[in-house]
Design a binder for this molecule. Structure first.
Ligand code: BMA
Length: 324
């Protein structure tokens, strides 16, 4: 993947003050991305000096320079305040347009662990809560952009492991399905981390996109280096078109790793964390072609936002067949 020359494309200096909520913020990172009603948008995770999490929209200002205008209005996930558990942080949004509606899948930090929530954006700004996992510690939930076999599908990562220092993570991505986007049942495991290599712990990146070869999906992998340091990188996987629980091919190498100073140093060092991807063009049936250009938006060191470009062909070429 090729980093944009203007990286990092968004830093804390780009966040407009919203008194008293957002003044002199600490960081902006891990955005979701979407092409919605003719416009490109990012949904930014912003952290205050109180380590509170806020969400803000950014609208693209021009085609190629990666200049974004951050809206000076907080984004809410309405309904979260009515839950029986207290939600402290709503973060790492993944955005999907599905049957004409814009949805966000959010990680929610609560007293009882991390939960996945889905919101629908009806007014173009805020989200309304439509689904909240009552139990099960999970993160990195992403909705498929269409039904498969008549069902809605989501990838997610159960947090089954505790990292040195406390945070819960996991080494398996699983597929779940739903008839109504509200309640979800497990279909089965999709892929596991590869212990001792770049992707020991894993989690979905941006929502998968449909190509003629299958569902193309970016994920993040964490190398734990014998619990001495966590290095977050990006790789790709190709899932079967009609049975996305089946992996067809997967990248052996990572395709983006922390190398630039703003990725190596920051609040959490050595992190590139992909959450959003914009596809420049699709064919007449809405399927990405080999030459579709992909813009990948990622959090760098939990401090700022970077963009790296690639194409469907480059990602497919990087994936090696998986036999099982
Ligand atoms: C993960 C999540 C991400 C974060 C990453 C690196 O577990 O918390 O939001 O970017 O760790 O700190």
């Amino acid at each position: 993947m090729k980093r944009h020359p203007n990286n990092p494309i968004l830093t804390r200096q780009d966040i407009p003050p919203i008194t008293p909520e957002l003044v002199d913020v600490t960081s902006v990172f891990n955005p979701g991305a979407v092409h919605w009603q003719g416009e490109d948008r990012l949904l930014l995770r912003v952290q205050t000096r109180g380590r509170e999490t806020r969400l803000l929209w950014a609208d693209r200002m021009d085609g190629s320079n990666e200049k974004w205008n951050v809206r000076p209005q907080l984004v809410s996930l309405r309904g979260i305040e009515r839950l029986p558990v207290r939600a402290y942080h709503v973060y790492d949004p993944r955005l999907t347009v599905l049957e004409g509606n814009l949805y966000g899948v959010f990680a929610v930090d609560t007293d009882v662990g991390c939960r996945l929530a889905i919101g629908i954006c009806r007014d173009g700004h805020h989200f309304e809560l439509i689904s909240f996992d009552p139990d099960g510690d999970r993160r990195n939930g992403v909705l498929f952009p269409e039904r498969v076999g008549g069902r809605f599908l989501r990838l997610q990562r159960p947090n089954a492991q505790t990292l040195a220092g406390g945070p819960r993570s996991g080494s398996q991505i699983e597929l779940v399905e739903s008839d109504d986007l509200v309640t979800w049942r497990v279909v089965g495991p999709v892929m596991d981390g590869r212990w001792r290599y770049w992707d020991e712990l894993i989690g979905s990146g941006p929502p998968p996109i449909r190509t003629h070869a299958g569902w193309l999906h970016l994920y993040h992998g964490v190398a734990t280096h014998f619990a001495s340091v966590n290095i977050y990188q990006v790789g790709a996987v190709l899932l079967d078109d009609s049975n996305p629980a089946r992996v067809i091919a997967r990248s052996r190498l990572n395709l983006l790793e922390p190398r630039e100073p703003y990725e190596l140093t920051g609040q959490v060092p050595n992190v590139v964390f992909p959450g959003g991807m914009l596809v420049d063009s699709c064919d007449a049936s809405g399927v990405a072609t080999p030459y579709s250009v992909l813009r990948v938006y990622y959090g760098a060191a939990d401090t700022c936002v970077g963009m790296a470009m690639t194409s469907v062909k480059e990602l497919l070429d990087a994936c090696e067949p998986v036999t099982s």
